[in-house]
Every structure is written in structure tokens, then in C-alpha cells.
Design a protein. Structure first.
Length: 113
């Protein structure tokens, strides 16, 4: 038997860091109060709207998906790790610039790990 309310979808969330102009942050805070929502939600929704409504981006994105589908990747080849150099004996690969340790993703606009 199917429940009335479907199970909430699980989403993988990644932490990012960005520096914003102080006036933009003030407007963000006011908008959050206006719709009674947190920063994460407002920023996520704003990005979703921008991505969905920008025809140039949608066209570019479709061309990227097509190019990726045409290029077959060997399953035995490990993916390229951007921002990381091959580690030499005694060198640590954990100190790669632009990588946030807790998220494993690039730091945005910080210029620091």
C-alpha cells in the first residue's frame, strides 16, 4: 500500500565558501527574513532560477552533456583530481590548495584551502 506522503528525497549537500559584498549580504539577510527561510535555501533557489532561466547557459550545458556522451572514458582510468599534484615520497596530498577538507570541493573566491 502506498503512503499518502512520499518519502523525502535524500540530497547530497556540499559545503562551499564564498565572499560576498557586504551590501549583497545585507539584502540576502533581509530576503531570508522576508520569506522566513535560511541562507542555504535562498542561495540554492536563486542559483536554480538562474540556471533554469539563462538560455545561453542551457545551450552551453546541453553541448557539454553531448560532448561528454561522445567521449568514452575507460572504466579503469581514475578520474583527474583538479588542483592536486601527484604526491612524491614524503609529500602530503592533503594540503592541496582550493580544496576544503570537510567537503572535498573547491573553495570559492577565497584563494586559500
Amino acid at each position: 500500500m502506498k503512503p499518502y506522503i512520499q518519502k523525502q528525497p535524500k540530497q547530497i549537500r556540499e559545503r562551499i565558501e564564498a565572499k560576498l559584498d557586504d551590501r549583497l549580504v545585507a539584502k540576502l539577510e533581509k530576503y531570508c527574513r522576508y520569506i522566513d527561510s535560511d541562507r542555504d535555501y535562498v542561495i540554492s533557489q536563486a542559483l536554480e532560477i538562474a540556471f533554469r532561466k539563462d538560455p545561453g547557459f542551457l545551450e552551453w550545458l546541453a553541448s557539454q552533456d553531448t560532448a561528454a556522451a561522445e567521449t568514452q572514458v575507460d572504466a579503469g582510468t581514475p578520474p583527474i583530481q583538479r588542483g592536486r599534484k601527484r604526491s612524491r615520497a614524503g609529500a602530503s596530498s592533503d594540503s592541496a590548495p582550493g580544496i576544503l577538507p570537510e567537503a572535498g570541493g573547491p573553495a570559492l573566491a577565497t584563494g586559500r584551502p
